[in-house]
Design a protein around this ligand. Structure first.
Ligand code: SF4
Length: 222
């Protein structure tokens, strides 16, 4: 653990992030987990969410689950039906092909159950470490840190880590964060990134973390 971020400061920061989250719209993936508690739906929504705005992910996921509530339904759909349901999610045609394959793999290779294994999840098309760790953590309660663009960016600004890639950030955060925070840190930082600590011009004035944050790498802010 770095000298600056000892455990009590990290827990203070997390407490403030939790307070902030209560004032915000719940993210699509967190809502999916809280309402359905289905690793399948979480996996599908996460694939749809890549390079896609959260509001678009929510609507695209809702439309797709209406016609594909199970892996078998997903496998049986035509790719163009899937693409039509998830449009305008980013790369909707590519994701449609991936999602059909994912449905088939879960149905045929894993007895209709999403596997609770990182290697098995990573073997599916369109599933990288971010998605695999999200499904392991939120879907199965297995400690894993899901590092997306928000987690990578804010962890560096805060000085939790000093890294160049999400993969490096994941490894570094495993050293810094207490294990019980590995799963919840994703949603806390995603919500904070969407509403306060934006990529190009973070809203630093009156930020809830202002006195804790060294603002590393921030050149422009509001
Ligand atoms: S002070 Fe600025 S850079 Fe630091 S967490 Fe807040 S918004 Fe982000």
């Amino acid at each position: 653990m770095t000298a600056r971020w000892n455990e009590s400061r990290i827990r203070e920061l997390v407490q403030r992030l939790e307070d902030f989250r209560r004032s915000c719209r719940v993210t699509t993936l967190a809502e999916e987990q809280e309402t359905s508690r289905s690793p399948f739906r979480l996996l599908v929504a996460c694939v749809i969410s890549l390079r896609t705005k959260d509001e678009v992910t929510a609507e695209a996921s809702r439309r797709l689950f209406e016609i594909a509530p199970t892996p078998n339904h997903l496998a049986e759909l035509e790719e163009k039906q899937i693409a039509g349901a998830i449009y305008p999610a980013g790369f909707y045609n590519t994701k449609a092909a991936q999602l059909k394959q994912i449905g088939r793999i879960i149905r045929d290779d894993f007895d209709d159950e999403v596997p609770a294994s990182e290697a098995d999840l990573l073997s599916m098309p369109g599933v990288g470490r971010k998605t695999a760790n999200l499904v392991l953590g939120l879907g199965f309660g297995i400690p894993a840190i899901c590092v997306d663009t928000h987690v990578h960016r804010i962890s560096n600004r805060l000085g939790f880590v000093s890294t160049n890639t999400p993969e490096q950030t994941e490894r570094a955060l495993m050293e810094v964060l207490p294990r019980d925070l590995w799963v919840p840190i994703n949603d806390l930082l995603v919500t904070f990134g969407q509403n306060r600590c934006h990529p190009t011009s973070p809203r630093c004035t009156n930020c809830q973390l202002e006195d804790l944050c060294p603002r590393i790498g921030v050149t422009r802010s509001r």
